[in-house]
Design a protein. Structure first.
Lengths: 50, 178
């Protein structure tokens, strides 16, 4: 999966994070970092967690 | 003096009794619906060297590993896992993580999810160590790891691998009495 493909499936305005009791959207920087991490994991674990 | 946890009704608890308590609840955090990550601040302090962190009562949007980050650090996590499928077959691939951006901390799916991780020395200006276990639809794993910078941390982030989102349940942080 590419980062662009992941972003289409998970657009920034639909990704919510929680900091203590507060929920909010990611900042663009947080979103970029999260997308890179998720795609790296998906590509190294194509069959799921194990 | 009775030996904890055997107390008599109406017994006065002395400082010696309370000093013998080994695990103290530091913080609880309810988890929202469909969140990609949960940051917990103010979890680690000079009060305790070592911590147990749990998340229970919640679910993940897909069958995935739960990951853990010390707040503010996205590199230098080293960990390896061991595990087996419920069929008894050993898991042989995807179990080593050399200088990655997080640790494993648990696992789950849309039915149930859980985190159970011991974090050793996160507030100390030394490398931080961890031990964890996790269960999935078809298998269980356990592992250990280290975060090598000699840095102090006060908070952490829990999130599902591969973009899996968390819903419900409660994160609890306990401190092991020094």
């Amino acid at each position: 999966m590419t980062i662009d493909e992941f972003k289409i499936q998970n657009p920034i305005d639909q990704v919510i994070i929680q900091v203590n009791n507060t929920e909010r959207n990611m900042t663009p920087e947080e979103y970029e970092e999260w997308c890179i991490e998720c795609v790296e994991y998906i590509n190294t674990h194509p069959n799921g967690p194990l | 003096m009775a030996t904890p946890p055997d107390f008599s009704p109406g017994q006065v608890l002395t400082a010696a009794h309370m000093d013998a308590v080994g695990l103290w609840l530091v913080k609880t955090q309810a988890v929202g619906s469909g969140v990609a990550s949960v940051t917990v601040t103010g979890a680690f302090s000079a009060d305790y060297d070592n911590y147990r962190i749990t998340w229970s009562g919640g679910t993940l949007s897909s069958n995935q590993v739960m990951l853990f980050q010390l707040s503010g650090s996205t590199v230098n996590y080293y960990t390896s896992w061991a595990g087996a499928f419920y069929t008894g077959a050993a898991i042989t691939t995807g179990l080593g993580f050399n200088n990655t951006s997080s640790w494993g901390a648990g696992g789950g799916d849309a039915t149930t999810a859980a985190v159970n991780i011991d974090v050793l020395g996160p507030y100390l200006t030394k490398a931080t160590n961890m031990r964890f276990s996790g269960d999935f639809v078809d298998a269980t794993i356990s592992g250990a790891g280290r975060h090598t910078p000699a840095s102090s941390f006060t908070g952490f982030v829990l999130f599902g691998a591969g973009g899996a989102t968390m819903t419900g349940g409660t994160i609890r942080v306990y401190g092991y009495r020094n």
